[in-house]
Design a protein around this ligand. Structure first.
Ligand code: BES
Ligand code: ZN
Length: 463
């Protein structure tokens, strides 16, 4: 282990150079002009896996972007970890708000800035480097390892469920490990044990059959942008609760113990508001901010458009107005049921002056994983060693839809070992990863692989 750790320390500079190469590939999964970049990125990851000693490396096609698979199964009898991550990234617009170009990784103030630095290329790379350190110094890993790094996480992992179903035998393992979430804060390591799910919808309102001159026609009809705004405004009541009938029916209430545990975490609403540039926070009454972020469902308008938004003025009443609205859901809500309730409600509240169409773009289920599993214990021990601090236990508000599929299809629990931070600007301009977390992450990952067999054995003896 000592050799592994000192190897990691003495190779820091090289790691950054290699990570820069990976971050330079604009693997934006949602944009069709980046299809060749997606393949180039999958090839880069596959090639890197070969370089560090992973075996049976394959780029496996799906109806969408390819999945990169590899394995190292050199210690029969030891647990097998299925490591999941994603090489795709979110779009970069508005690109003018980036201080340095999104695909030219740049170090400023101890952080590395680039799209994908934290979500999730940087975190996938953390594992590749910890594996390399073992392979070069020990010649083997403490555990068996299978990796799937996919290219569609940021667009809802549409084809991954089918992929897992088709390759159940290949993906057989003892637990799943994912580094695609955050620590509680910089310098405060944490293990995450629950994620929210998502139901993502698009709404289209049609008023008149064509755009109209707002002078000749204004006053005679309901502008669809106004109608849509009125509908959206009515989706929350005065206490910040969502007004869709039945929306909260399946929400599992927070236990007393959980509420007490959240209250003990170091949190300050005022500081948080200031950091976000807000005069005041907003949210469902009766719950703390952490409760609202991690364990309560939400409804957000992600985008709204229609009419004229170009330069200068145009006096027009648009024929159509659109909105993208997504709902973060919590156990035991399900995305399909929530989507149905949303659609029914939008149709009910749409005024007679417009036609409404509602579509579901994608969905994912909320996940909660047992906090006392051997994997989670090993993760906590690894964080303690990697960062020199006892980790906190926390939930997260984001979603990784495949977590639930791994449980359903492969029977596997997931360990969420995140090295990002909540304010890393994921999905926004100036995404970054703290270099301390990056290097601490490599060591922590190495400790995790080292600790797991023991915890695993103890865990199976307890059963
Ligand atoms: N890395 C995030 C998931 C995440 C975010 C976990 C914050 C914990 C905290 C992931 O890449 C992501 O953004 N997922 C999407 C999923 C969606 C497209 C189905 C999300 O949460 O919006
Ligand atoms: Zn993301």
């Amino acid at each position: 282990m000592e050799q592994v750790l000192s190897y990691i320390e003495s190779n820091n500079e090289r790691y950054l150079g290699e990570l820069r190469e990976l971050l330079a590939i604009p693997s934006i999964s949602s944009q069709s002009d980046h299809v060749p970049d997606m393949r180039r990125c999958a090839e880069w990851v596959a090639q890197h896996m070969r370089t560090i000693g992973m075996q049976n490396v394959q780029i496996m096609d799906t109806p969408g972007h390819p999945v990169v698979y590899s394995e190292w199964l050199g210690v029969p009898g030891k647990p097998t970890v299925l490591l999941y991550g994603h090489y795709d990234v979110q779009p970069v617009d508005p690109v003018n708000l980036w201080t340095s170009p999104p695909f030219e990784a740049t170090i400023r103030n101890g952080s590395l800035y680039a799209r994908g630095a934290a979500d999730d290329k940087g975190q996938v790379f953390i594992h590749l480097k910890s594996i390399e350190a073992y392979m070069r110094n020990v010649g083997s890993l403490p555990v068996n390892l299978k990796m799937i790094i996919e290219g569609e996480e940021e667009v809802g992992s549409e084809h991954l469920e089918g992929f897992v179903k088709e390759h159940k035998e290949l993906l057989k393992a003892d637990l799943v490990l994912i580094s695609d979430s955050s620590m509680f804060a910089k310098g405060i390591p944490s293990v995450c044990y629950a994620l929210r799910g998502l139901a993502y919808m698009e709404v289209e309102l049609t008023g008149p059959n064509t755009d109209l001159h707002s002078g000749s026609f204004g006053g005679s009809l309901h502008n669809p942008i106004q109608a849509l705004s009125e509908m959206i405004a009515s989706l929350h009541d005065k206490s910040g609760r969502i007004t869709i009938p039945g929306f909260y029916n399946d929400v599992r209430p927070l236990t007393k113990a959980e509420r007490a545990a959240f209250k003990k975490l170091p949190w300050n609403d005022k500081k948080y508001a200031k950091q976000l540039g807000l005069k005041q926070l907003y949210g469902e009454k009766g719950f703390t901010t952490l409760e609202r972020l991690w364990a309560r469902p939400t409804l957000e308008c992600n985008g709204i458009w229609g009419g004229y938004t170009g330069e200068g003025a145009k006096t027009v009443i648009p024929s159509k107005a659109f909105a993208k609205i997504s709902m973060r859901i919590v156990p035991d809500q399900t995305s399909v049921k929530i989507a149905r309730l949303f659609e029914k409600h939008m149709k009910k509240i749409a005024p007679k002056t417009v036609d409404v169409k509602v579509r579901m773009l994608h969905g994912g289920e909320p996940a909660i994983t047992p906090i006392d599993s051997p994997g989670v214990r090993a993760a906590a021990a690894a964080l303690q060693k990697g960062f020199g601090k006892r980790p906190l236990f926390q939930r997260e508000g984001g979603s990784i839809p495949i977590v639930v599929q791994f449980k359903r299809l492969l029977g596997l629990d997931t360990v969420l070992l995140g090295f990002g931070v909540p304010d890393e600007n994921a999905h926004a301009p100036n995404e970054f990863i703290h270099l301390d977390n990056f290097f601490g992450g490599i060591k922590t990952a190495a400790h995790f692989y080292d600790e797991l067999p023991d915890y695993w054995e103890k865990g199976s003896r307890r059963k």
